[in-house]
Write a protein that binds this ligand. Sequence first.
Ligand code: 13P
Length: 255
Amino acid sequence: MNRKYRKPLIAGNWKMNKTPSETKAFLTQFKAMLPKGRGCDIALCVPAVCIPAAVKAAKETRISIGAETCSAFSSGAYTGEISAIMLADAGCKRVIVGHSERRAMGETDRDVNAKLHAALAAGLSPILCCGESLEQRELGVTQEWIAMQLKAALRGVEAEQIRRVVVAYEPIWAIGTGHTASPEQAEEVCAQIRTILRKLYGGKLARAAVILYGGSMNDQNAPELLAQPDIDGGLIGGASLDPEKLIRILEAANQ
Ligand code: 13P
């Protein structure tokens, strides 16, 4: 990470884990262990039903609460969906958009673009996910795939909105598998993402953009990954469920 231009972000993605009571218990423990003073930004993206408990417990701390997805629409007959406006009103500051697990459930690039716009319009800071499959990596089309995903997701996003967007590179083959990308592999794609942002929005905004790596990041491999110049933090699944592991990752980011 390059602290001169950007502040690191450590974000947890709890996926479909923890109940509201477990959320409260996690935050009680996590807050007690949080290093004092400034340091990197911290976000917890939690299941929708856990948002009220998380927002309450994170009040007056530097932990921002986020959701794991949002609707592409602002309101209407979409049974079971939750709009970005509702999330913002519930106290969320962030929302994950375009996670590969949601894309696997049928979310298209057009949906991701619409959700990104919905999140920005509601005043949220989206964490936009992109990443290639093992097949795409082996075929040598990672760079083209990531460029396509980013260009499609960012269509119509203005320069002053891009400041609020965090991009997370999450190779699908590394998610939940224990096979982390090597620091060099992760850095290569994160640097490419910055180049794409530079082409779309210019050097100044690209330099300020926060780019995360996600995929089996844990307290063991975080120091090396976070030492890469274009990796500004992590989007952490499994390891974010354990307060002690998450604290150790935070400490690595604060080095
Ligand atoms: P894991 O850290 O469990 O591999 O999950 C990564 C992820 O998908 C975060 O969004």
